[in-house]
Ligand binder design. Structure first.
Ligand code: BES
Ligand code: ZN
Ligand code: ZN
Length: 466
């Protein structure tokens, strides 16, 4: 989408103007022979970030519906009603214009008269350089979120661990990010029994993808870990048809990490950032890992497999152990980890976990700022007594109880973060994001069906500010 800046309102009658008004109705109308996009802002015209996100998306969705390809907005209409800096306003608008203008059409035939994408947005008024930069930055972030959505939406038959590793390399083309990819041999040398165990049933070789963006002199790095299950059948504990649908998106955490780092490089964020992706396919076959199998993890701890469908935590555990070698100042893992996270929060926010309350607060604030909302659940020590410990191994990967599944998943990961020698405390500050609730967009999001591209925007803000 092209963004053009003008001092005066463009005269061309094919350009539809945006009019903000009170009330709840948002529609396309005609005024003086020209199309107008009316956006209802509810009671009063005050704008806040949440309202602005849906406003920007509605503009694009309505324009597409009415086959309007050029839209004009009077920037002062927005500034006067918005409570935050104008450059941020510009960024939020641009990000959400881009997100709403995306549809996953790779596998669809082109309609006879083409797709209805918005081609150009004219911003008119006195636009200062920092506001232009806000728009430009928003376009970069929005473009990367959409690239993340393309990866996550790609069908499982095509998106294998190998293809995911290649996609990472493609995403960093001409960017100062080093990508290394480990295969079975190298993971065997590292004793990554978790990743190798889950991958046993699949013909596709697992990969461990390492991305290094070092622009922060001697700073300790932030490590981002993304769950890269390219298809989750459940393994021998096979999912039902309904449960397996959409499981090609079980690598959404990985897709997000790739494009967060690409955004950081494009925005030239002066920090050291590492991305780690354990990539596997979880398949049933005569070679699959079995319920009752005991896996020896990279950390040396053993895990009894109770349920082969709780595979995400098993591969992430090895990645968290690998992260230690960087002596990171923060580790964030992002995973479509549990259906229970959806049961807890619905589909409006991802669940966050941390032992550090100030990190929880930071993430909630960044969630509000970015539009990728997060909400916490507890990680109390008491939960360790609810079934993390194993009978025949140190740990189990799943539990008998149907309750608190998102918490138990997080508690399992915590076993690979905490410092057993120090009794309390972690080896590094850590946040776990169970993004299963936000894997796909929902009706009220004003986004195309499929992957939502979260929590890319939040993590970009984190890297900028933390
Ligand atoms: N990938 C799934 C979780 C999931 C479900 C993500 C729905 C997005 C939407 C994960 O690997 C899984 O199957 N988890 C199990 C864990 C259970 C066996 C302890 C679950 O949530 O049922
Ligand atoms: Zn699973
Ligand atoms: Zn999974």
């Amino acid at each position: 989408m092209k963004l053009t800046f003008y001092e005066k309102r463009p005269k061309d009658k094919n350009i539809a103007r945006i009019v903000l008004r009170e009330g709840n109705e948002s529609v396309v109308g005609v005024q003086g022979g020209k199309k107008v996009i009316y956006i209802g802002l509810g009671d009063g015209l005050r704008l806040n970030r949440r309202k602005l996100v849906s406003l920007a998306r509605k503009v694009v969705v309505l324009a597409k519906g009415a086959k309007i390809s050029c839209v004009a907005l009077d920037f002062k209409d927005f500034v006067k009603n918005f409570e935050v800096a104008a450059s941020e306003l510009a960024e939020v608008l641009a990000v959400n214009f881009e997100l709403a203008n995306f549809e996953f059409v790779k596998y669809k035939s082109r309609p006879r008269d083409g797709w209805n994408f918005v081609k150009e947005i004219f911003v008119f008024g006195k636009i200062m350089p920092e506001i232009k930069n806000g728009f430009k930055k928003g376009q970069i972030v929005g473009g990367e979120v959409n690239a993340c959505r393309i990866l996550a939406n790609t069908p499982g038959g095509e998106m294998t661990p190998k293809v995911l590793a290649e996609a990472a390399k493609t995403a960093f083309k001409n960017l100062p990010v080093k990508v290394s990819v480990l295969g079975c041999k190298e993971m065997g040398d590292l004793k990554m029994g978790g990743v190798l165990g889950v991958a046993k049933g699949a013909k596709e070789e697992p990969k461990f993808i390492i991305m290094e963006y070092m622009a922060g002199a001697k700073d300790k790095p932030v490590v981002l870990v993304g769950k890269g299950v390219t298809f989750d059948t459940g393994g021998l504990n096979i999912k039902t048809g309904e449960g397996m649908y959409e499981m090609h998106m079980d690598m959404s955490g990985a897709a997000s990490v790739i494009h967060v780092i690409a955004t950081a490089a494009k925005l030239k964020i002066a920090k050291n950032i590492i991305g780690l992706i354990p990539a596997v396919e979880n398949m049933p076959s005569n070679e699959s890992f079995r319920p009752g199998d005991v896996l020896r993890m990279m950390s040396g701890k053993t895990v009894e497999i109770i349920n082969t469908d709780a595979e995400g935590r098993v591969i992430l555990a090895d990645a968290l152990t690998y992260a230690k070698k960087y002596k990171p100042r923060l580790v964030v893992d992002v995973a479509t980890l549990t259906g229970a996270a959806l049961a807890a929060l619905g589909q409006r926010a991802s669940v966050i976990f941390s032992k550090d309350d100030s990190l929880i607060k930071t993430f909630q604030e960044l969630g509000e700022e970015s539009g990728d909302y997060v909400w916490p659940l507890p990680l109390w020590d008491e939960y360790e007594d609810d079934g993390i410990k194993g009978v025949f191994a140190d740990l189990v990967n799943a539990h008998k109880t149907r309750y608190g599944g998102a918490i138990l998943g997080a508690m399992f990961l915590w076993q690979f973060v905490k410092d057993d020698k120090a009794k309390a405390g972690a080896v590094f500050p850590w946040v776990h994001i169970d993004m299963a609730p936000r894997m796909t967009s929902i009706e009220g999001d004003w986004l195309a069906k499929g992957a939502a591209g979260e929590p890319t925007r939040l993590l970009v803000k984190l890297l900028e500010k933390f």
